[in-house]
Write a protein that binds this ligand. Structure first.
Ligand code: NAD
Ligand code: TYD
Length: 353
């Protein structure tokens, strides 16, 4: 069995759904179900005995120990985190708690379990930590993309808390010998992403006739990775990555935010035309995010060279799939856009006008 943390969130749920389609190996899925966790995403697994869900906070050591003892997983895939930069600016405490204290607690529970295993199982055990390219800071336009040896320079409470968790994972390998793997990936997009992040927010707002808020001048660059490609990279790293190594995962898709939103509007104009005009008419410029990183770009050559992984989707194919998914799954969006979500939209965007 494998243990997945944060498997009711965007990437974790995509990973669990892909895994259960491709493997007979069972999944123990633990998630606290914060605002970002949604069991509705896991509905297709309702009657699947190969999926076990436990509502647990990764900061709860006793609950983690009990699950490790009962299920004896051969690997941990650690997705659980507070993941939204804007929320980390408004309230950094939860980020320190889950991303740092939670990762520490999970590492300790995994180390305890690992230390009890017979030698062959100990050698085969893996702790795969899912991290972000944001730990490397911000690039100037002509800088080379982030590689695995780029120094850490996190700029937001979110990226600082993820950087801290990466350092803990590294130290648990060097000090205790825990067989860890770390992946640092770029901005993901695809089905089941919470509509607080750029792409799903813009799709939902466009369809709802609302404004499309571009922070600052819209020239910030992100490197976009289709979530299905991220999941396939993680499966490769888990199967064949070298313990102690880190792997950058990217889609080779550097885009300016404004270009992303223009492309989205064009796709929507084609797939769900408005009665009059274009979705582009809804674009509006709002006050910038404090400390907004200008550019992220991932050099994913190590993953290709060492493990033969390459993304299957281009930005155009991935984005078209994503827009189609949101058009066909409006009820999923309506379900997650609860009262709490509306409160967040008020807090974040009222301060930008
Ligand atoms: P998400 O916010 O959609 O989901 C996070 C999940 O973790 C939720 O289901 C939430 O309920 C759960 N969770 C939060 N705190 C928890 C706790 N204390 N205990 C147990 N569960 C808890 O995040 P995501 O976009 O799916 O990101 C997954 C991972 O990938 C994160 O570690 C994130 O830092 C990393 N990452 C994401 C992106 C991206 O573009 N989304 C890019 C790079 C890295
Ligand atoms: P986001 O999806 O929050 O990811 P991250 O900040 O982790 O890269 O944002 C992606 C980019 O889009 C980022 O440069 C901020 C920008 N952005 C907007 O311009 N408007 C918005 O409403 C949001 C949510 C993001």
């Amino acid at each position: 069995m494998i243990l997945v943390t944060g498997g009711a969130g965007f990437i974790g749920a995509n990973f669990v759904l892909d895994w259960t389609r491709q493997s007979d190996e069972a999944v123990l899925n633990i998630d606290k179900l914060t605002y970002a966790g949604n069991l509705g995403t896991l509905k297709p697994l309702q009657d699947n005995p190969a999926h076990v869900f436990a509502r647990v906070d990764i900061c709860d050591r006793a609950a983690l120990d009990a699950l490790f003892t009962q299920y004896k997983p051969r690997a941990v895939l650690h997705f659980a985190a507070e993941s939204h930069v804007d929320r980390s600016i408004h309230g950094p405490g939860d980020f320190i708690q889950t991303n740092m204290v939670g990762t520490f607690t999970l590492l300790e529970a995994a180390r305890h379990h690992w230390s009890t295993l017979p030698q062959a199982q100990k050698d085969a055990f893996r702790f795969l930590h899912v991290s972000t390219d944001e730990v490397f800071g911000s690039l100037a336009p002509a800088d080379p993309a982030f590689s695995e040896i780029t120094p850490y320079a996190p700029n937001s409470p979110y990226s600082a808390s993820k950087a801290g968790s990466d350092h803990l994972v590294r130290a648990w390998h060097h000090t205790y010998g825990l067989p860890v793997l770390t992946t640092n990936c770029s901005n993901n997009y695809g089905p089941y992403q919470f509509p607080e992040k750029l792409i799903p927010l813009m799709i939902a707002s466009a369809l709802g006739g609302k404004q499309l808020p571009i922070y600052g001048d819209g020239q910030n660059v992100r490197d976009w990775l289709y979530v299905g490609d991220h999941c396939s990279a993680i499966r490769e790293v888990l199967a064949r990555g070298t313990p102690g190594e880190t792997y950058n995962v990217g889609g080779w898709n550097e885009k300016k935010n404004l270009d992303v939103v223009h492309t989205l509007c064009d796709l929507l104009d084609e797939m769900r035309p408005k009665a009059a005009g274009s979705y582009r008419d809804q674009i509006t410029y709002v006050k910038d995010r404090p400390g907004h990183d200008r550019r992220y770009a991932i050099d994913a050559r190590k993953l290709e060279r060492d493990l033969g992984w390459k993304p299957a989707e281009t930005f155009e194919t991935g984005l078209a799939k994503t827009v189609r998914w949101y058009l066909e799954n409006q009820t999923w969006v309506d379900e997650v856009a609860s009262g709490d979500y509306r409160k967040w939209v008020e807090i974040n965007y009222m301060q930008r006008v």
